[in-house]
Design a protein around this ligand. Sequence first.
Ligand SMILES: Nc1ncnc2c1ncn2[C@@H]1O[C@H](COP(=O)(O)OP(=O)(O)OP(=O)(O)O)[C@@H](O)[C@H]1O
Ligand SMILES: [Mg+2]
Length: 303
Amino acid sequence: MTSASTDDPHVETRSIAAGAADLTKVYGTGDTVVEALRGVSIEFPAGEFTAIMGPSGSGKSTLMHCLAGLDVATSGRVHIGDVDLTGLSDKAMTMLRRDRIGFVFQSFNLVPTLTAAENITLPVDIAGRDVDKEWFDAVVDRLGITERLSHLPSELSGGQQQRVACARALVGKPDIIFGDEPTGNLDSRSSGEVLSILRAATDEFGQTVVIVTHDPRAASYADRVVFLADGQIVRELSRPSADDVFEVMKNLDDGPDASAASGTAAVTAGAHEADPGDDAATATDQSAGDHTPKHAAPAPEVR
Ligand SMILES: Nc1ncnc2c1ncn2[C@@H]1O[C@H](COP(=O)(O)OP(=O)(O)OP(=O)(O)O)[C@@H](O)[C@H]1O
Ligand SMILES: [Mg+2]
């Protein structure tokens, strides 16, 4: 964990669990070039739950993968706690991921030959640590997969596999959990269980949680919602309701022309905007019409 260094005891310092500075990611070359991230700067304060939203193809997964050290950015920097990922050796990166990061992938990435229970404890086993049995039981119970622990992934429904993937990220109690649409395949009850356990991970254990979601209700569990469009952060809301989130999504979907036509540059809809003193909020709130996507953003999937 890092803290903003200051000699003034009156200046609040907050520890930052992870962050990115001016991150770009370019895929392909020539005619097929895609700028998936175009200068993203963001910090994730420790113990906070952040949701990342945005249209399909806006760069959410790319950002998550770069933050978690699963992909390498084209330029810019990423840090986890006080460790700068730039130039870290493969071995150091693997150890950092193993010890400090939990990841729920968009595709669940379960090992097909291992049971649900073995998949859940795999990262802890690989790290040579002991599984906290009480916490394991609490997690699988809360996620409703206790009866499925001896099954292989192929014997589980999509939603059950997703909950196993969530349990795997939670059981090792990592500093930071990244979830790429962790509720994407779940009905509303299971989705609520996953979200409340992620909420508990922050509130009760001080873990930091960052999820990508298309669901305004899921985003409303977060302390902060960050909106990506066309590889850039275009908006940020602090503790919004699902309706607040929905309104912003709708506006992103409509694009800047639609907001100009309606005479509203940005939808605030009663949202508690991020503290104007917050660098991230002021630096990134470009929704007042100066954000011009290169190409029309596809419709966000609202599930
Ligand atoms: N390996 C790759 N090679 C080329 N282009 C890629 C690659 N991975 C992603 N992209 C492109 O980068 C852009 C951002 O992709 P990304 O997966 O980050 O989007 P996303 O916001 O997660 O979308 P979704 O909501 O559909 O999951 C897209 O235009 C995508 O086609
Ligand atoms: Mg994605």
